[in-house]
Ligand binder design. Structure first.
Ligand code: C6P
Length: 411
């Protein structure tokens, strides 16, 4: 991949922040968008804007075709066999809630067990807490090893014949850990349980194939994948979706309606009530085109190189703690760290003075923060447009912070 060429596609990377060229290292929160995505959205509004699935006029037909074409692209991108198994939602969070509300309420009974891991994002925790409480089921946790990997011994001891669902992240947004999804899928299936994969961090960065993973449900958000905010995906095995009741009721999701009852539309529209985010779905299609052209294997290879470089560079810092596995093959380009005696929020502010954007806080993983016995961490996260030179700038700025505020200042 020619990174300099790629960077020219992202207009925001030209921005100056506090007199410095922007160094954007907050990609796990949301990625930046290439011109092709921005243009696809504005072109749609300039030339095709209409509501979909309803009109018989040209604009509506064009908009419907453009919208439905993206469903085909998503299916190809994640290796799904059937386009009708791709449901558009607002984000990964809504997709998980859809499964918990629709599948969960019809399949989870008192005494059943739902298994997640100790590193899940709140989005893959709260919907299961609610479901377990409502259905008198039990929520159980796969623990982590000391270096932040999924503890497979813990998984084997926790997943059993009472388990109805295992819901697990493909990549941790705090530790960067990539989880062994095919192994977890086998374990879940041996016990008759289903597997939901939270691909919010994984799908944008790793080649993903739902069949090879053995997943039953996969969720992700487009805003972390070069696409716009407001578009997420739920993919599920079609036979599961067929059996699930609708999540939201309203226009587009019905077949026939009487005063007192209704029948519902076929897949995927049964789960897409109301006017969807048409323009942004079309923008999302453009994001897929961009990534498919580069090749996800190349994206992954670039991020392994950056992560390996960064892990080594971080170790030259005084009083640093890095969370998660220390080899770049086992993790994505997400590095959570802390510097002794400097609050993560202060670090975030100091780096911002040099134009460097990172995230600081609990990263929506409070139970994991409790396990790590920290209030929060600082987190740098990379994507395809980041460079080793930007990592050098980050490390230099952290060295400076250490000199001014850290433990080093008091030696
Ligand atoms: N993590 C981060 O800075 P939504 O908000 O629905 O697009 O994605 C939710 C979500 C689910 N699972 C994982 C593993 C995630 O990392 C996220 C979003 C962002 O880490 C925002 S909190």
């Amino acid at each position: 991949m020619n990174i300099e060429e790629i960077r020219r596609d992202f207009p925001i990377l030209e921005r100056k922040i506090n007199g410095h060229k922007l160094v954007y290292l907050d990609n796990a929160a949301t990625s930046q968008k290439p011109n092709s995505v921005i243009n696809a959205i504005s072109d749609y509004y300039k030339t095709n804007n209409a509501n979909i699935h309803r009109g018989i006029h040209t604009l509506s037909e064009e908009a419907t075709t453009a919208f439905e074409d993206v469903r085909d692209k998503v299916a190809a991108f994640i290796g799904a066999k059937e386009t009708r198994s791709v449901i558009f939602t607002r984000n990964a969070t809504e997709a998980i809630n859809l499964v918990a509300q629709s599948w969960g309420k019809t399949n989870i009974l008192p005494g059943d067990e739902i298994v997640i891991s100790a590193m899940e994002h709140h989005s893959n925790l709260i919907p299961w807490q609610w479901l377990a409480q409502e259905r008198q089921a039990k929520l159980r946790f796969i623990e982590l090893t000391a270096d932040g990997r999924l503890d497979m011994e813990s998984a084997k001891s926790i997943i059993n014949d009472k388990t109805k669902l295992v819901a697990i992240t493909q990549m941790s947004n705090v530790l960067g850990t990539i989880t062994p999804i095919p192994e977890i899928a086998k374990l879940a299936h041996v016990h008759g349980a289903l597997l939901l994969v939270d691909g919010a961090q994984g799908v944008p960065h790793l080649p993903t194939n739902v069949e090879e993973m053995g997943a039953d449900f996969l969720v992700f958000s487009f805003h972390k994948l070069l696409g716009p905010t407001g578009v997420g995906v739920l993919w599920a095995r079609p036979e599961l979706l067929e059996a699930m009741p609708p999540f939201l009721g309203g226009g587009d999701m019905i077949a026939s309606v009487w005063r007192d009852r209704a029948t519902f539309n076929e897949l995927p529209w049964k789960f897409e009530a109301g006017t969807p985010n048409i323009a942004d779905v079309i923008g999302a299609g453009s994001a897929i085109d961009y990534l498919m052209k580069l090749g996800m294997d190349n994206v992954r290879a670039h991020e392994i190189e950056l992560t390996d470089y960064a892990l080594k560079a971080f170790q030259t810092l005084d009083d640093v703690k890095i969370y998660g596995p220390m080899d770049a093959q086992s993790r994505g380009g997400v590095i959570s760290f802390s510097l002794d005696h400097i609050h993560p929020h202060d670090l975030g502010q100091i780096l911002n003075e040099s134009g460097i954007a990172i995230r600081a806080g609990h990263h929506c993983c409070q139970p994991l923060m409790r396990d790590l016995q920290v209030w929060g961490t600082a987190r740098a996260s990379f994507y395809l447009y980041n460079t080793k030179a930007e990592i050098d700038l980050l490390i230099e700025a952290l060295k400076e912070a250490n000199k001014v505020m850290g433990h080093v200042a008091y030696r």
